[in-house]
Design a protein around this ligand. Structure first.
Ligand SMILES: Cc1cc2nc3c(=O)[nH]c(=O)nc-3n(C[C@H](O)[C@H](O)[C@H](O)COP(=O)(O)OP(=O)(O)OC[C@H]3O[C@@H](n4cnc5c(N)ncnc54)[C@H](O)[C@@H]3O)c2cc1C
Length: 402
């Protein structure tokens, strides 16, 4: 369960960075001169509602009411709303596009702060030669932002076309697809540090990006205010790194293609898998991939090899993508499918997408979070039983756990 209500991160498993104090600022985190957080104290919250149904704000169309709901249309309003809730000892949930959230049927007993500040600027900086630095406010929608970058001839995010949600959430789980992730281009994240109660800038290293994770994921310390990307000014894409995309584009991996072609091919591939939000397509009522691809060490790989041979025959091979230290990433979708949970598999009103094994969906909007979790547990337990691999959920759980 992620609770954002205290000013101290609540995840005991994660090492906690000491708050910047007079004795020193953590490496990679810069502090500004005037404190915008203090300036914002005079700002009134624009919209404050009570008992707002969160299902309307999630792509799964699931989740009960929020006790309080604040729409923060500017950075100052966002900081003021979070700061006020912290002072009141309220639980806080920072809400973007709701496309990576599973919210309890009971709702959220605290203040939901909906990020809505917009704006994009571009500049050059001698520290990033040959690059254009593009800064987007956290409330900018990601997909139109990517479209704009492609139109303006800026390469680096084109393979992330079609991903729902807001810019501010992209560093949280190091959003990625089709061989790109935001860690490749993010050079700075401005954030409100709830512990130090001030605005800080985290450079790339301080963001701690890893596969579908970062210093922000599982922590409630930072509220992302804006994100700066260093993009290449060119009409050509970054080298195509994903085999399926290369095949679609009829090129070899490592080749470049016109930016618009890369974007178009990614959108086509994603639509075919129900991975572009579309009100007419019930398969898109999901949170995207529900499970991350497991990264296994040598012993786990040997065990999986044995189980795959037992279950599927000696010639069967599972997908294996080498990582560092003898480890390898395998495909969660492959494991789920071979464990017997095929596309369209339903449990009551919820089901696996008919187009993509990794997406759990609430196709008619008739399900409850409890139904979705029952399906997720069935899949997770079935994969564990069949292959001894523990699947981990990708979406953030609010008030529930798998
Ligand atoms: C159809 C579909 C396809 C998808 N495809 C992909 C994909 O290809 N690759 C991928 O990586 N993801 C994918 N996703 C998941 C999701 O779109 C991304 O994780 C996205 O970045 C979430 O953005 P959001 O604004 O909706 O965040 P939300 O769901 O609103 O929030 C997610 C988490 O981020 C936190 N958060 C949000 N904004 C801020 C902020 N400003 N400051 C601090 N914390 C914040 C929230 O508190 C929460 O913990 C997909 C989802 C769907 C529904």
């Amino acid at each position: 369960m992620l609770r954002l209500g205290t000013s101290v991160p609540s995840d005991p498993a994660r090492p906690v960075r000491r708050p910047p104090g007079p004795e020193g600022v953590p490496e990679g985190i810069a502090r500004p001169g005037p404190r915008a957080a203090e300036r914002s104290e005079a700002v009134n919250m624009a919209v404050l509602c009570e008992h707002v149904n969160l299902a309307a704000y999630t792509t799964l169309r699931l989740g009960g009411p929020a006790r309080r709901f604040v729409e923060a249309a500017t950075e100052d309003e966002l900081v003021a709303a979070v700061r006020r809730a912290d002072e009141d000892g309220e639980n806080v949930l920072v809400l973007g596009g709701g496309s990576n959230l599973v919210v309890a049927d009971e709702g959220f007993d605290g203040t939901v702060v909906h990020v809505a500040g917009r704006g994009v600027t571009r500049r050059t900086d001698p520290r990033h030669p040959g690059k254009v630095l593009v800064t987007a406010q956290a409330g900018e929608e990601w997909e139109p932002f990517v479209a704009r970058c492609v139109t303006e001839g800026l390469a680096g995010v084109e393979c992330l076309s079609g991903i729902p949600g807001l810019v501010g959430a992209t560093p949280i789980q190091n959003v990625g697809a089709y061989g790109q992730d935001v860690a490749e281009t993010v050079v700075g994240v401005r954030a409100y540090d709830r512990r130090a109660r001030e605005i800080v800038t985290l450079d790339h290293a301080a963001c701690g990006f890893t596969y579908r994770s970062s210093v922000f994921k599982g922590s409630d310390r930072y509220v992302v205010l804006d994100v700066t990307f260093a993009l290449e000014e060119t009409e050509e894409s970054r080298p195509v790194a994903y085999a399926e995309l290369a095949r679609t584009l009829d090129v070899r991996t490592g080749e470049r293609v016109p930016l618009h072609d890369a974007r178009k091919a990614v959108l086509e591939l994603r639509r075919g898998k129900g991975m572009v939000l579309d009100p007419a397509d019930p398969d898109t009522r999901s949170a995207g991939s529900f499970f991350t691809n497991p990264v296994l060490d040598a012993a786990q790989l040997a065990e999986l090899e044995r189980r795959v041979a037992d279950r599927l025959g000696p010639d069967a091979a599972f997908p294996r993508y080498p990582e560092t230290g003898g480890r390898a990433k395998t495909s969660a979708a492959w494991l789920i499918d071979r464990a017997g949970f095929t596309k369209g598999h339903a449990l009551g009103p919820v089901r696996i997408s008919t187009k993509h094994t990794l997406a759990l969906t609430n196709p008619d909007g008739a399900g409850r979070t409890a139904d979705l979790l029952a399906l997720a547990r069935q899949v997770r337990d079935g994969v564990r039983e069949a292959f001894g691999v523990e699947l981990v959920n990708e979406p953030v759980m609010i008030g529930v756990r798998l």
